[in-house]
Design a protein around this ligand. Structure first.
Ligand SMILES: C[S@@+](CC[C@H](N)C(=O)[O-])C[C@H]1O[C@@H](n2cnc3c(N)ncnc32)[C@H](O)[C@@H]1O
Length: 206
């Protein structure tokens, strides 16, 4: 999904209603701890359907760097999470080292927000937008369209149409130390544009 956001040359000036990112009217949010899936994000104010909630930000990295990090994390991680969003071919937003509260938004099979790709002054940016009216103190969720990189993870979203497992798409590789093969990668990459890639390793003993 791609939307055009007005450029700085727009004649409507500051009154332009098509400038979600430039105005950055980010909603007030706070972190919560969920027993079954760690940190989550709730809204501290009411949100109307279609509202811009928060921008998904992080380091902009290319596919090669993304792959290197995925495999490195797969080898080294001892119980934390890894956050990546494939925005377009050869452009990934990595929110592991740098990011904002958006990286704590959890998955739901019945989400109240969605991720949208916008073009702002010629640059691609990713925002989280409300799919419906959201009440104060509700947890914010979106459908990760998750590309799992490792063992299956149970989904704990609790919705009536829960798919039970996080993600239907799997990134594969023949060994932990190997980079994703070019051929394989191309196919998978096409499947995961705009999706969250998340590498998660349970703590030892879990
Ligand atoms: C992008 S992070 C979201 C924030 C994360 N809960 C944290 O504590 O940092 C994605 C990870 O959160 C967990 N998660 C998110 N949504 C989930 C869900 N519906 N069911 C189970 N785990 C979920 C999974 O471990 C997933 O790998």
């Amino acid at each position: 999904m791609m939307f055009a956001c007005c450029s700085s040359g727009c004649r409507c000036g500051n009154k332009c209603a098509n400038r979600s990112f430039q105005h950055r009217p980010m909603k007030k949010t706070k972190l919560i701890m969920k027993e079954r899936y760690g940190t989550g994000l709730v809204t501290e104010e009411e949100i109307k359907k279609g509202d811009f909630v928060i921008e998904y930000v992080g380091e902009v990295i290319d596919d090669k760097t993304c792959e290197e990090r995925l495999w490195r994390m797969k080898r080294l991680y001892q119980g934390d999470k890894f956050y990546l969003c494939e925005v377009s071919s050869n452009m990934v937003i990595g929110a592991t080292n740098k990011g904002n509260m958006s990286r704590f938004i959890n998955h739901s099979c019945e989400p109240n927000t969605e991720m949208q790709k916008w073009t702002v002054d010629g640059e691609t940016r990713v925002g989280i937008f409300a799919l419906r009216d959201i009440k104060k103190d509700e947890e914010l969720t979106y459908d990760y369209k998750f590309v799992q990189f490792g063992d299956d993870q149970d989904c704990h979203c609790g919705s009536s149409n829960c798919q039970k497992i996080l993600g239907t798409t799997k990134l594969s590789g023949s060994s932990q130390n190997q980079h994703v093969k070019k051929k394989n990668r191309k196919t998978k990459c096409e499947n995961c544009l705009g999706q969250i890639l998340c590498l998660w390793h349970p703590q030892k003993g879990k």
